[in-house]
Design a protein around this ligand. Structure first.
Ligand code: AHM
Ligand code: MG
Length: 337
């Protein structure tokens, strides 16, 4: 059987779905950067990359050496190719400007360079999440610096989204708005090989993911829903549920894309200024596009995440995503409250 590489898949997309050549090139470059990050992650202590930098990012989180390195790898790979008008990252306060010596392009790239980085030092799966938007109007041809506003588009405007997961296998999960494809990195050949042609999330599930240690801070509808899950067969939902929590969104979402499930990161009462922990632009939106493209659903408890009009680059949001039946149930409980 002939193997389909990421490059071949992208070229076929260009022919069959008119995927623009510059978008194809952009995805190839992101994938190449992920290969490099995968290599750095897998070296671990041998590469001297474990541990913290002693600095904090804009969200006040301690930066790991690999957070900073992964961010640099993505910036350097993507800044010169002429496909981007700018980039934004979890690790940078403001939009990243394409340096003056390089041409600008029509797209915007946002990313979480190394999601789940608290798991790096304990050798648990981590990943890179990315989202591609069009730069509105002619913003890329203007000489002024690119402002945050250009990025503030709802997730429905994403033209591509994906993640790389650095686990037992390194995989790239990608959507161009036409289903979800999974590529596995063949380390010897150095190429991404299409191994999962049509990823679908089962509509029903008996598995959920949530950080239970925050239970006392949750709002009433989440309390009600999780209590019902825990009651199992004897409770109103009439079945026993299993729980998993990896504390790497990429790994939890990857499991859900593989065998179904529900991922929840609710807003909680600790800090009213933070509606949830996860970031809309480079975590919730790309994951929601993937999940919807795979037949699942994604809401913030009240509305579809992809419909949210962002108001800031690092905005946080509550997340309920995965198998449709359970996302609809927990969203319904919010509506009833
Ligand atoms: P990060 O982007 O700083 O790594 O944080 C996001 C991560 C997600 O990958 C994961 O779902 C969540 O934080 C885990 O949170 P918790 O520490 O509450 O378990
Ligand atoms: Mg993250």
């Amino acid at each position: 059987m002939s193997r389909v590489s990421l490059s071949r898949y992208l070229i076929e997309q260009t022919r069959s779905h008119n995927t623009p050549a510059d978008l194809r090139f952009l995805i190839e470059v992101v994938a190449r950067a992920c290969k490099e990050i995968s290599h750095a992650v897998s070296k671990g202590a041998l590469g001297g990359v474990l541990g913290s930098m002693g600095t904090e990012n804009v969200q006040g989180e301690v930066q790991k050496k690999l957070d900073v390195l992964s961010n640099e790898i993505l910036l350097e790979a993507n800044e010169w190719g002429g496909t981007l008008a700018g980039m934004a990252s979890e690790e940078m306060d403001n939009a990243y400007q394409i340096p003056g010596q390089y041409p600008k392009g029509a797209y915007l790239l946002t990313f979480d360079p190394l999601d789940g980085s608290s798991n790096i030092d304990v050798n648990v799966s981590v990943g890179t999440i990315f989202s591609v938007l069009r730069c509105p109007g002619e913003c890329f041809s203007q000489n002024e610096p690119l402002g945050e506003e250009a990025f503030l588009q709802p997730g429905t405007k994403q033209v591509a989204a994906g993640y790389a997961i650095y686990g037992p296998q390194t995989m790239l999960i990608l959507t161009l708005g036409d289903g979800v494809k999974g590529f596995t990195l063949d380390r010897e050949m150095g190429s991404w090989v299409l191994t999962h042609d049509d990823i679908r999330v089962p509509e029903s599930t008996a598995e959920f993911a949530i950080n239970m240690s925050n239970q006392r801070h949750w709002e009433a509808p989440v309390q009600r829903y999780v209590n019902e899950l825990l009651e199992g067969k004897a409770g109103p939902l009439g079945k026993d549920y299993n729980m998993r929590w990896i504390a790497s969104m990429v790994a939890d979402v990857h499991r859900i894309l593989t065998r179904g499930g529900l991922f929840m990161y609710p807003r909680d009462s600790r800090d009213p200024s933070k509606p949830g922990k996860l970031r809309l632009m480079y975590e919730a939106n790309p994951m929601s596009m993937l999940i919807e493209q795979a037949g699942g659903a994604s809401t913030d408890g009240h509305q579809r995440i992809l419909d949210i009009q962002p108001t800031s680059l690092h905005q946080r949001v509550a997340v309920y995503l995965g198998s449709k039946e359970e996302v609809e149930r927990v969203t319904g409980y919010h509506h009833q409250a």
